[in-house]
Every structure is written in structure tokens, then in C-alpha cells.
Design a protein around this ligand. Structure first.
Ligand code: UCC
Ligand code: FAD
Length: 582
């Protein structure tokens, strides 16, 4: 019997084995696809140096701040010690540092400086992609800030928003402002047209005062906001529906008494994730505001913001997938089970490889949208580019948002029980991924947006889609290594074309039921074409070919297979409802 002193587990002895934790390395140097994509499209030394240095800073320093934001979440102080209402949203020091860092690194500014012409958006979004998983959700205010700058650009950079615009795109921390995006009210976040009760009361100087309740307002420590309201006429009447909504600009500021001007913070939301960031319910009680759109053109005017924030959302989704994978593959070199490292278990590698394929598809889809945005903003976009951008923005947002949840969830499992342990920082990634398919338009609402943009363009956006995918395939038609993938994409594209033609002649409810599967088909086929195209680039590797082949093994055209099984026929809706409510 071992003497008590030699027992490995007794009194203060807790055994000698401690698992090495996964190490976060420079996310730029770790990301072969990102670097290859940039080598191909934006081979600028300045960009590589900046991203490499920023990646190092993210891994060494910023990631710790991101954790600090999670463990020191914002809180609301309603009253000062003497009972006066102050409504202070107290944020952590790390959250404030993120703001300064964002300005210094030009995380919004790069998109407006356009130093790299049509590729400036790709550069900006690549940087955000490195930053996002370590940012403590600071990418949320940055998305809205970018969106607000875009809206201001579209309505005209002149007073009263000239100063605000210069601050939104500033690199100077002391000047830099962030913006909110207050659209959702209690009655509706998707159906903004019916759900908005906020009224705008005209003032004699041409400005307005807003009265209403905004139900979700994220990163509420912002300096300004864009929001929607209904202008009251002299009798106090307003126009109902979407046609009654106008777009407003308001500053979030305090009066000499220290109170917020025209705003009461009702409470902060108690959320599943995104806890690093305040999301508040706000009573607007005479908030001074300026109208930016024509009366009744609020939704159309804020659509520019939605395009930008949805692209940011997609970047965050792809980045979350990439980050969990980066950590999982590192962990697989440190963790042993059944006598060998996880990396030496083929089934574990198959699991990570499947995640890798999803991540690559998502990355290329998002970068494609960024490429198109960059072309549009540099005045280089063809009509086809503009139509593709309109169609792909909701498609990519909804697809990557959903895939992020699946990939991050699988990723947690690859750490075993540790993936479920809060202070590893891993569970927060799953919580934060879950919001990506909800805010900025849910999956179904965006699927319906896709249908509407197809109908409004009389099918031109689909024509642009088919033309572009065909041109990608034409460029690789004689490369034998990817032939099965090319065949799969081409076959799926023909099926999709046939489906669209058939569905156009059906009753309206038919396409509505097919909307989500249609959006998924558009995403999968397009990503297949991009993966094949990338795999045939002159510096591509055998791994790129493997990824393209694997992606194209899945059902690329969901609507074709489901249509054959009668999924969208008129009786289905009633059957579905009956099943749900049995
Ligand atoms: O969730 C939010 C913030 C979260 C925090 C920020 C996160 C950022 C990412 C961070 C990553 C870490 S803010 C709330 C977001 N809310 C939504 O996304 C609303 C979802 N609902 C929709 O998108 C709906 O489809 C609505 C509200 C747009 C539907 O309203 P309407 O009035 O029924 O819309 P219509 O009739 O379809 O469109 C009205 C006009 C039309 O223009 P005209 O009148 O010229 O024909 C449309 O073409 O607006 C135009 N329009 C668009 N244009 C509508 N949607 C778009 C679009 N997506 N792009 C271009
Ligand atoms: P609903 O519209 O009630 O949707 C409920 C369900 O119905 C969803 O599954 C939806 O897909 C489905 N649905 C709705 N309409 C249809 C349809 N026609 N066909 C089929 N299905 C449909 N909003 C802001 O304005 N600013 C913010 O800063 C902000 N921050 C947020 C932060 C967080 C953490 C969260 C969770 C939300 C935030 N939101 C914000 C609100 C967000 O944008 C909305 O919650 C979202 O757009 C959905 O709206 P809703 O909650 O009213 O859901």
C-alpha cells in the first residue's frame, strides 16, 4: 500500500495531469483561405502587413478585452444617490477600449477612405472578420455605425448630419461616434410597417420631437441613432402602414441637468447572449430629431443601412465558424483520447473537415457580397453586379446566420465537456451565434425579402444570378480535378431554373412555401460555384479542390427535390398547421 504522502489524490494533491488549453494564435496567419483570397484579389503588401499586425494584436491583447466585456456586462443605473433620474448605462473599461481601438484601426473608416478602390470593402471586412470573435460584440455598434454612414452618404452629407458623418468615419478616438439603429417596437420587428407607433411632432424650426417606445436598441451607449417614426399632421393624424414611416436622425445627448434629452431608459434586456453589449428598451419622450428621408420613404431609406448591417452580420457568422474551428484544430493537437491525439482519430478529423467546408463556403459567399458592394461604391458596378448585390445580401445573411449556429455548436462538442464550461469562453460563442439569424431580419423574413426583390425586378435579379454562376462555371469547364463539382453545380442550376419557371406560373402561396428552400438553394449553388472557381485559381491547393468536391456532394438545389415530393402544394400549409396544433 502506498504511503499517504505518495497518493496522487489526497488532501491537497489533485493529480498531476492538467489538460493544455487551446491557444489562440494570430487569426490572419492561421487562415489559409483568407490569405489566398487576398493574394488573388488584393495582393497589396500594405494590406498584408496591416492584417498580420492586427491579427497578432487580436490574439495577444484584444481577445482578453473581449472576455472582460463578457464577464463585466453593462448595467443600468436609473437614479443617482440623491434620487435624481440619470439613466446611466455603465459599460466596462474593456468595452470603452474597443471603441478607441475601432477608430484607430479604421474599422469603419477603411470602407469610406477607399484607399484600395473597389477592394476597400473586402479589406475592411477582412479586418472585421479577424476582429469579430474577440471584439466582445463591439462589431455590433460598428455595423450600425457603418450603416448610418452609408445612409447619410445616400441622403447627402450636409447639415444637420455633416458633423455626425465625419465622426462616424473618423480614425480619431476622441472624435469617433457610434450609431444606433432603432427600428423594432413592441408590436413588430419584422413587420416594421404595422408595428411602428412612434410619432414625430413637427417643430416650428423644421425639426421634430419623437414620442414612442423602442423595444430593442442595441449598443445603446451610442452617440446618435437613425430611427423610424410617423409624422403627425396639424390635426395630430398619421398615415398607417409602411407608407406612413419616415427616417429620422437623432443625437443621444445629455442636458445641463445630466439627464438624457428626450429619452428614458426603461430597462436593459436580459439576453441569452450578446451580454457584453447593452440592449435597452427606450421611451422616447420628445427626443429632438431631424427628418432625413422624404415623408413616407422611411423603410426604403433605411434599407441602405440594412444592406450594410446584414453584410456585417454575415462577416460575424463566417468569423465565428472560423474561430471555433481554429481553436478546435489546435485543441486536437493537445488532447489525447484512446491512446492518441484527437487529430489522429479519422472520425474526429472528418467532423472538423465538414466544419471547414461549411466555413469556406460561408467565407467565399460573404466576400463575394463585399466585392460587389465595393464595386458599387466605386462606381464600377455593372447592372448585373447591382442586381446580384441586392439578391445575395439577404441570401448570404440568412444562410450564414443559420450555419454559424450549427458549426459553432459542433465546434463546442469537439472540446468535449470543456466546450460546455463557461469560463473557457466557448459557450458564449454559441450564445452569440444564435442571435445572428434573428436580428437584422429573421430567416423567414429574409427569405420573403428575396421573393419580393425577385418580383420587383421582374426576375432580373435571378437573371443576373444565373448569368454569373454560368460564367464562373464556364471558366473552369475543362479542369478535370473539379469536374464532378462542376457537374453538380451545373445540374443544380438547371434544376433551379426549371423550378423558378414552373413556380412563376403557380398560385402566390406556392412560392411563399418554397421561399426558405429557394434561398438555401441560391446560397448553396452560388457557394459551390465560388468554391470551384477558387479551386481552379493558379495558386490553389489540393485542399481547395477537396473542399469544392465535398461542398458539391450535398443537395444543392433543395427546391427541386422537395417540389417533386409535393412540399409546396396548396394542401401542405393546412397539413403543416394541423400537425403543429394536434
Ligand atoms: O436588428 C437590428 C439591429 C441589431 C444590432 C445590429 C447587428 C448588426 C450585425 C452585427 C454583427 C455582429 S435592427 C432591426 C432590423 N430589422 C429588420 O431587419 C427588419 C426586418 N424586416 C424586413 O426586412 C421587412 O422586409 C421590411 C421591414 C423591410 C418590410 O417592410 P415593408 O414596408 O413591407 O417593405 P417593402 O414594401 O418590401 O419595401 C418598402 C421599400 C421598397 O422600395 P420602393 O418603395 O422604392 O419600391 C423596397 O424596395 O423599401 C425597399 N426595400 C429594400 N431595398 C425593402 N427592403 C429592402 C432591402 N433589403 N434592400 C433594398
Ligand atoms: P416577429 O416578427 O414577431 O417574428 C416571430 C417569428 O415569426 C420569427 O420566426 C419570424 O421569422 C416569423 N415570421 C414573421 N413574419 C413572418 C412571415 N411573414 N412569414 C413567415 N414567418 C414569419 N431591433 C432594432 O431595431 N434595433 C436593435 O438595435 C436591435 N437589437 C437587437 C438585439 C438583440 C439581442 C435581439 C434579439 C434583437 C434586436 N433587435 C433590434 C430586434 C430584432 O431586429 C427583431 O427581434 C427581429 O427583427 C424580429 O422581430 P420580432 O422580434 O418582432 O419577431
Amino acid at each position: 500500500e502506498a504511503a499517504a504522502g505518495h497518493l496522487p489524490f489526497s488532501r491537497a494533491r489533485i493529480g498531476s495531469f492538467f489538460q493544455e488549453q487551446p491557444a489562440l494564435k494570430n487569426p490572419f496567419l492561421e487562415d489559409a483561405l483568407l490569405r489566398a483570397y487576398l493574394r488573388r484579389h488584393l495582393p497589396q503588401q500594405a494590406v498584408f502587413l496591416d492584417l498580420s499586425a492586427f491579427g497578432e494584436c487580436v490574439a495577444k491583447e484584444v481577445d482578453t478585452w473581449g472576455r472582460e466585456c463578457e464577464v463585466n456586462p453593462p448595467r443600468l443605473v436609473h437614479f443617482d444617490p440623491w434620487g435624481r433620474r440619470v439613466d446611466h448605462i455603465v459599460t466596462s473599461a474593456a468595452w470603452k477600449r474597443m471603441k478607441d481601438l475601432s477608430a484607430q484601426e479604421g474599422l469603419v473608416a477603411i470602407g469610406y477612405e477607399r484607399s484600395f478602390g473597389e477592394w476597400s470593402r473586402v479589406y475592411q471586412m477582412s479586418k472585421l472578420y479577424l476582429y469579430s470573435p474577440s471584439s466582445g460584440l463591439y462589431t455590433c455598434p460598428l455595423a450600425m455605425t457603418d450603416g448610418a454612414a452609408k445612409v447619410i452618404q445616400s441622403v447627402g452629407v450636409s447639415p444637420p448630419v455633416e458633423e455626425a458623418y465625419s465622426r462616424l468615419i473618423s480614425r480619431q478616438p476622441e472624435r469617433f461616434w457610434t450609431s444606433g439603429q432603432w427600428m423594432t417596437e413592441r408590436q413588430g420587428g419584422s413587420d416594421v410597417g404595422s408595428g411602428t407607433e412612434t410619432v414625430a411632432v413637427p417643430q416650428t424650426d423644421g425639426s421634430y420631437k419623437l414620442h414612442g417606445l423602442k423595444w430593442f436598441t442595441s449598443a445603446t451607449d451610442a452617440d446618435m441613432t437613425l430611427t423610424l417614426a410617423r409624422v403627425q399632421d396639424r390635426t395630430g393624424a398619421t398615415t398607417a402602414g409602411s407608407r406612413g414611416l419616415s427616417l429620422f436622425y437623432a443625437e443621444v445627448s445629455r442636458g445641463e441637468d445630466g439627464k438624457l434629452r428626450g429619452i428614458e431608459v426603461q430597462r436593459l434586456k436580459d439576453k441569452l447572449g450578446t451580454r457584453q453589449m447593452p440592449t435597452a428598451e427606450l421611451l422616447l419622450d420628445g427626443l429632438p430629431a431631424y427628418r432625413l428621408s422624404e415623408e413616407g420613404r422611411g423603410v426604403a431609406s433605411i434599407a441602405n443601412m440594412l444592406t450594410i448591417t446584414r453584410i456585417h452580420n454575415s462577416i460575424s457568422a463566417a468569423a465565428a465558424m472560423r474561430r471555433i474551428l481554429q481553436l478546435a484544430r489546435d485543441y486536437a493537437t493537445r488532447r489525447t483520447a484512446f491512446g492518441k491525439l484527437l487529430r489522429d482519430h479519422p472520425l474526429h478529423m472528418q467532423t472538423l473537415a465538414r466544419m471547414e467546408v461549411e466555413t469556406r463556403g460561408a467565407f467565399l459567399l460573404v466576400m463575394e457580397v463585399c466585392r460587389l458592394l465595393g464595386r458599387e461604391e466605386s462606381g464600377l458596378a455593372s447592372q448585373l453586379d447591382t442586381q446580384l448585390l441586392r439578391l445575395l445580401t439577404p441570401v448570404v445573411k440568412l444562410y450564414t446566420g443559420k450555419q454559424a449556429v450549427a458549426v459553432v455548436s459542433e465546434g463546442l462538442e469537439s472540446f468535449g465537456g470543456q466546450g460546455y464550461i463557461e469560463d473557457t469562453g466557448l459557450p458564449g460563442m454559441l450564445r452569440d451565434a444564435q442571435v445572428l439569424s434573428i436580428w437584422e431580419g429573421t430567416t423567414n423574413v429574409l427569405s420573403l425579402d428575396v421573393l419580393r426583390c425577385v418580383a420587383r425586378s421582374s426576375g432580373m435579379v435571378l437573371h443576373a444570378y444565373f448569368t454569373h454562376v454560368q460564367s464562373l462555371l464556364a471558366g473552369v469547364s475543362n479542369v478535370s480535378s473539379v469536374a464532378p463539382a462542376v457537374k453538380a453545380v451545373a445540374g443544380a442550376l438547371s434544376e433551379l431554373e426549371a423550378f423558378v419557371q414552373m413556380a412563376a406560373a403557380r398560385e402566390p402561396g406556392y412560392l411563399e412555401l418554397a421561399a426558405r428552400d429557394l434561398a438555401y438553394s441560391l446560397a448553396r449553388i452560388y457557394a459551390g460555384a465560388l468554391l470551384v472557381d477558387h479551386a481552379c485559381w493558379k495558386e490553389a491547393s489540393t485542399h481547395d479542390i477537396h473542399a469544392a468536391l465535398k461542398w458539391c456532394e450535398q443537395d444543392l438545389c433543395l427546391v427541386a427535390s422537395k417540389q417533386q415530393r409535393g412540399y409546396y402544394e396548396s394542401g401542405t400549409a393546412a397539413l403543416d398547421a394541423a400537425l403543429v396544433y394536434e
